[in-house]
Design a protein around this ligand. Structure first.
Ligand code: NAD
Length: 443
């Protein structure tokens, strides 16, 4: 058991902090967003993540988890400080390390005894050394001689299954430069040793690269199957059958072979751009990853073209009422960052569509987003309210509720039953039997 500070209480920080507390560590979660901290203290969980509320409540109750806004005091009480702030993309695609620098410098100004600084944010190779330099600069400014280590411990959790992923990882990656730091990391993660979870110790740089390379590889898989889907449509194959037949090959695997509107979210788009940008800085070109980024952009355009073609060609979107199911970038979350669903809604609105949308978790987030852009959107009260007088149904996020609808009832509510199933949740035969003209991806 060790004393931990987690700086940044977003998806990664909140899940990591509360699960580390559940492992028996004493954890102070620090965020500069006062409203978020106050809400968390009052028991409100800002993200939609199954199981998280119970873990937070349990660990607050047992005195192992607290939420603060001041980093210095927390740092002074801790053996390890995890940095879990955002690393959004800059205009040139490279990762913006401004928040990481803010935290690193604050640690340098506060630290009084040996501390391990753990980079959990996704950062380009070389950032660990940069964090070290920022902390050292602040120590030098104070004339203080305090030993510290920087460790890279990238996070692989997926939103929607974040608690399970954090507590049951395929592997834990710890890039460190001293045995002292490795020992503290092992104490923090003791349950993983008891459960014999693969625990890989690497250099700082390798750990940083493992995270980017893993995310980029998964993005490649998604774009790969989306391109195969386009060919399936032309050549008369069914991408669902193709993905199953491919994925059962253990060398390939079934995950991330699901054709759809392209990848989104807070990680894949920015991480693919950041690794491509890092390569260019080093005089290399990652042509497969660059092609993936382009293929993903094209995929969204292709989905719009599919809708336009299905409705009768150029100009056919204008004035039509669209029932849109799903706004989050995937199911079981309320995160709309880089969501293909939001991007497609915006393009539909630009083309003159009237939007009726429904999402079981992300309506509040989407309302704020659309309001900022002046788009007028009707948020449905329930699934079936979405379809009132609609000219077309577009399914954009794979919520289980969206895959279990009474199609005949929907067809009767709509003005004209046309269905763009961009997540391949239904069979053509069942949609057509309910009276729909049916379009899907790669089938
Ligand atoms: P987020 O935007 O949800 O949260 C970041 C938090 O950091 C915010 O609450 C913000 O207020 C806080 N913050 C910013 N500067 C701060 C400072 N100086 N002091 C204290 N708090 C500060 O971000 P996220 O989605 O949790 O991602 C964090 C990092 O983890 C990113 O690098 C991301 O790429 C990586 N990551 C994310 C996921 C994911 O699924 N979201 C998965 C793996 C890795």
């Amino acid at each position: 058991m060790i004393n931990v500070t987690v700086a940044g209480v977003g998806y990664v920080g909140l899940v990591s902090g509360s699960c580390l507390a559940d492992f028996g560590n004493n954890v102070i979660c620090v965020d500069k967003d006062m409203r978020k901290v106050e809400a968390l203290r009052g028991g409100a969980i800002p993200i939609y993540e199954p199981g998280l509320d119970e873990i937070v409540a349990r660990n607050i109750g047992e005195g192992r988890l607290s939420f603060e806004t001041g980093l210095p005091d927390a740092v002074r009480k801790s053996d390890a400080v995890f940095i879990a702030v955002g690393t959004p993309p800059k205009d040139d695609g490279s990762a913006n390390l401004a928040y990481v620098e803010e935290v690193a410098r604050e640690i340098g100004r506060a630290v009084e005894k040996y501390t391990v600084v753990v980079d959990k944010s996704t950062v380009p190779v070389g950032s660990g050394q940069q964090v070290k330099a920022w902390i050292q600069e602040e120590l030098d400014r104070r004339g203080a001689d305090v030993p510290f280590d920087v460790v890279s411990n990238p996070e692989f959790l997926r939103e929607g299954t974040a608690v399970y992923d954090f507590t049951h990882p395929d592997r834990v990656i710890v890039g460190a430069e001293s045995d002292r730091a490795r020992k503290i990391m092992k104490s923090a993660y003791r349950p993983f040793h008891l459960s014999e979870t693969p625990y890989i110790e690497t250099t700082l740089e390798s750990a940083e690269m493992i995270k980017y390379a893993s995310n980029a590889f998964l993005a490649v898989k998604i774009s790969f199957i989306n391109e195969i889907a386009a060919l399936c449509e032309k050549a008369g194959a069914d991408v669902e059958e193709v993905a199953l037949g491919m994925g059962l090959d253990k060398r390939i695997g079934r995950d991330f072979l699901k054709a759809g509107p392209g990848y989104g979210g807070s990680c894949f788009p920015k991480d693919t751009m950041a690794i491509a940008s890092l390569a260019r800085q080093h005089g290399e070109r990652l042509s497969i990853i660059e092609a993936t980024i382009e293929a993903n952009r094209k995929q969204r355009r292709k989905m719009l073209e599919k809708i336009e073609r299905g409705l009768g060609g150029v100009g056919s979107i204008n004035g039509k009422v669209f029932a849109v199911m799903g706004l989050a970038f995937k199911n079981n979350i309320n995160d709309i960052r880089e969501s293909p669903a939001i991007a497609i809604c915006e393009k539909l609105a630009e083309a003159g569509a009237v939007l009726r949308v429904w999402d079981p978790a992300a309506q509040k987030e989407a309302a704020g987003h659309f309001a900022c852009r002046g788009a007028s959107v009707y948020f449905a009260k329930n699934e079936y309210d979405t379809f009132e007088n609609a000219d077309a149904f577009v399914l954009l996020t794979e919520w289980s509720q969206a895959g279990n609808l009474d199609l005949e009832k929907i067809a009767s509510l709509m003005k004209s039953p046309v269905f763009f199933d961009l997540r391949n949740m239904y069979k053509r035969s069942e949609a057509e039997a309910a009276g729909f003209r049916y379009f899907s991806v790669g089938r």
